[in-house]
Design a protein around this ligand. Structure first.
Ligand SMILES: NC(=O)c1ccc[n+]([C@@H]2O[C@H](COP(=O)([O-])OP(=O)(O)OC[C@H]3O[C@@H](n4cnc5c(N)ncnc54)[C@H](O)[C@@H]3O)[C@@H](O)[C@H]2O)c1
Length: 368
């Protein structure tokens, strides 16, 4: 039988994306765009470390590389950027990218203080570009299933929430001395704050109490290095949350979330990589994910697929992707989570509970 001629359906032009920062996370995002996100093209890579950009471009077959992100921003054929530089450059790059009319996916944190974040978000709003922050946990299948249950009200009124991050480690932390101060709040627990805020949608984080220490690398405590932290968060709806983090789980990368409420409980995340279990004379065993890009491979891909779909729909005037629950993390989510992280830093410094520097008009109703 002869093949039938297909109807010709015009495909939308791909979204051309420029990567800014080709280190650990940027390289994975670049690989996702190049190989796993239909409708997106990795058009250029910028990194002041040109060797890093060159190596990634050679791996992925990307034509354009530059040491200067401004070259990407000046390229009229590029629709959007992924910002994956070190955090201290994020706010400035967001501001410049918005002024250049580029849609923006930015790794967390979007800034290191609220003043620079607000300046960047003002530029985003003025330019009318799409802004998405890299809170990838929202795209993990089990966190989405939990969120769907929460949106359907199965837990009732949230009373207790929990989110934890245990980064994979070996019992000591390589390059710990070079880790910027307060990373545990600004770059690690910021994910947990977003999970808690997202799970407790409609409520505002009002007050935090953070306790932190260097328990993995106690020798670095005097230099201000912190690798272990527990935070309680009070919300405007009265719910109480706990977030905790540690930089060295010997058993792998462990990320979990939970909401307990008036009608029940939902949990998301598991420490094992698969549901397979190994029963031997030594007992019960299971494989665990060792890297963030293993545990969240799908989530990292799906957050970029969402970004691409929104940018594409804006450009082409087509309906944006829809979801049964709030999904895409945007500017208010970036701000809310950063405000929690900054309040934690103050809380540790002051040794007491601290109000979250949120929206100025926020009136907490249920904090006693
Ligand atoms: N979502 C997640 O789970 C996750 C995981 C890891 C890292 N991150 C975030 O990604 C960002 C990058 O982290 P990383 O681990 O990839 O760091 P990294 O040090 O591996 O890479 C950073 C890269 O940015 C480049 N760079 C430095 N200054 C730059 C500038 N001004 N403009 C452009 N590029 C510049 C560096 O040369 C380097 O190649 C951080 O904000 C981090 O918090 C997110």
């Amino acid at each position: 039988m002869a093949y039938l001629a297909p109807h010709s359906v015009p495909l939308p032009a791909p979204v051309r994306i420029g990567l800014i920062g080709s280190g650990w996370m940027g390289a994975f995002h670049a690989e996702s765009i190049a190989h796993r996100v239909p409708g997106a093209v990795l058009a250029a890579i910028a990194d002041p470390n040109l060797e890093s950009a060159e190596a990634l471009a050679a791996l992925l077959g990307t034509a354009h590389i530059t040491a200067n992100p401004d070259d990407i921003l000046a390229d009229p054929t590029i629709h959007a950027v992924i910002i994956a530089s070190p955090a201290r450059f994020h706010a400035g790059l967001i501001t410049k990218a918005a002024a250049a009319g580029k849609h923006i996916f930015c790794e967390k944190p979007a800034a290191q203080d609220l003043a620079e974040l607000d300046a960047a978000l003002t530029a985003v709003e003025a330019a009318g570009v799409h802004f998405q922050i890299g809170f990838n946990r929202r795209y993990a299948a089990d966190f989405q299933a939990a969120k769907q249950d929460l949106a359907a009200g199965i837990v009732g009124r949230p009373q207790l929430l929990r989110s934890l991050t245990r980064d994979p480690g070996s019992g000591s932390i390589a390059h710990a001395a070079k880790v910027p101060a307060w990373t545990i709040f600004l770059e690690t627990l910021i994910h947990d704050f977003d999970t808690l805020n997202w799970f407790n949608e409609g409520a505002e984080p009002v007050e935090v109490h953070a306790v932190a220490d260097a328990l993995v690398e106690p020798g670095l405590r005097d230099q201000g290095f912190l690798d272990t932290a527990v935070v309680t968060v009070r919300y405007s709806n009265g719910a109480i949350a706990v977030a905790e983090a540690n930089f060295s789980a010997l058993y792998g990368y462990d990320v979990r979330g939970e909401v307990f409420g008036s009608k029940g409980m939902v949990q998301a995340g598991r420490a094992t990589e698969t549901a397979a279990r190994r029963y031997t004379a030594d007992g019960l065993g299971a494989d665990t994910p060792r890297l963030n890009v293993e545990l969240f491979r799908q989530a990292y891909t799906d957050e970029l697929a969402d970004f691409t779909a929104v940018v594409s729909s804006r450009r082409d005037g087509t309906p944006p992707p829809s979801s049964a629950f709030t999904l895409t993390p945007g500017a208010p989510d970036a701000r809310r989570a950063l405000a929690c992280a900054l309040a934690c830093i103050d809380s540790v410094k002051q040794g007491k509970s601290v109000r979250v520097p949120q929206v100025a008009t926020l009136q907490p109703t249920q904090i006693r």
